[in-house]
Ligand binder design. Structure first.
Ligand code: HEC
Length: 153
């Protein structure tokens, strides 16, 4: 009985690997990189946020294995859709103006991302630097957003 259950679980684990979703792992070309206020901000951003908010995603090995692959694919697609530093000014929805707030309030990066990516856990000083950097880099985009919303572009 016990073995039967194990065999069924193993079979399911194998079968779900054949579901095509989650294997795409595309990194579309960078059309326009956000104008970083400093290389330091850029570096910290790519440590804590870039995998889901840029077209320069580093896809880890386990992102090939279902069901983790489904979650990763979904997060990257949705993350890019909301805010993508590789499509600066090229993508209608780009919520850079909320980046500082999301990070400050601990909403971003998502907790499960930090568990899988310990390097995304910033030191106190790095945290302060990224907060300042996000504000300096993206505050200009508030106007951007308004212009887009009014469809003046
Ligand atoms: C594991 C992937 C992942 C990482 C890493 C990540 N995000 Fe996100 N982010 C998402 C997803 C998915 C959404 C859209 C759903 C949501 O708002 O929760 C999002 C939404 C956002 C939004 C838009 C919020 C809104 O209401 O539309 C901002 C701004 C943002 N993230 C900033 C950041 C910043 C800054 C970092 C780094 C400190 C970061 N994110 C790290 C996945 C991620």
């Amino acid at each position: 009985m016990k073995y039967k259950v194990l065999i069924i679980i193993a079979l399911i684990a194998i079968i779900i690997q054949f579901i095509p979703y989650g294997k795409e792992h595309s990194n579309p070309p960078v059309l326009a990189e956000a104008k970083w206020d400093s290389p330091k901000t850029e570096k910290l951003f790519y440590r804590a946020c870039g995998d889901c908010h840029s077209n320069k995603t580093k896809w880890p090995w386990y992102s090939n294995i279902a069901p983790v692959s489904w979650l990763v694919q979904h997060d990257v697609e949705e993350g890019r859709e909301h805010f993508n530093v590789s499509m600066w000014g090229k993508q209608k929805r780009n919520k850079g103006d909320e980046a500082k707030e999301e990070f400050e309030e601990g909403e971003m990066p998502p907790w499960f991302y930090i568990i899988a990516h310990p390097e995304a856990q910033l030191l106190e000083t790095e945290r302060d630097e990224l907060l300042k950097g996000l504000l300096a880099t993206f505050k200009k985009t508030i106007n951007f957003q308004i212009i887009f919303n009014d469809n003046k572009i």
